[in-house]
Design a protein around this ligand. Sequence first.
Ligand SMILES: [Zn+2]
Length: 303
Amino acid sequence: MSQDNLEIKGCMTEYAGSPFFGYSRGVGDGRDENPRTPLLIQPDAKSGIMPSMSDDTQLANIINRARRGIAFTGAGISTESGLADFRSPGGVWSRNQPVMYDDFLRSRDARVRYWEMRQELYREMSDAQPNVGHEVIAKLERLNKLAAVITQNIDGLHQDAGSQNVIEIHGTARIVSCVHCGKEWTPVEIMARIDAGDAAPDCDACGHPLKSKTISFGQAMPEDLMAEAFSLASQADICLAIGSSLVVEPAASIPRIAKEHGATLVIINREPTPLDHLADLIIRDSIGQALQTAFEQLKNVTR
Ligand SMILES: [Zn+2]
């Protein structure tokens, strides 16, 4: 961690009528005593953070300096596309006990229950479109600000928005595959089989169960993808942690690793997270609105 980073101190404040976490230099340098005199305040050389800026402008400044950033996204970005967070109250998993991976492999009854829940999830996902938050993230990749988006989401909306390097650490709901031989199908094909009465479809090549290509409860995380995600995080100059509660491990380690390796950490989430104390900037607004406003300001910030 650089000395510059050590000098940034977080403090909660009210600014321009909206609550946000503002930042000031270390105590004693006297440059942050009057937030209405921005000319007296120099942005931090590394992060671009300036205490008197609005949070959107701070975000624009941080993004502007990025050359190999990462976005780490969770369910919050997709709720703005109308997709329920299936972990949240009212979500699929709050109304149904999730099927553990071992039970899925062992029990046909468990697989029937799994596919009943999947049908509900696919219905919700089939109409969802990427929102402005997904679109700004894709644009930032094209501008070479972001090297990758690492996501906990299984909905494929980052790819729909045009993101190229998407690491789906919890897998994807857009593919169904055989747990044994790996043969793949589209969900539409499998839903048709279920509708035709095959309540727990098996592989037509080897006879083993088919499963959505997502990581279930009790199933190991994909080691190769996690290694790639950790590598990107350790090399990142900024990490935008967006719409994730940052409580599910090991995924939540990704922003922490980025920060530990010197990245500027921005958390955009409605609720507090366990990593807030590490963040250089915290934004509680709508994800799409915050990213879009910052993106529009990119052309105005000092290069
Ligand atoms: Zn098979």
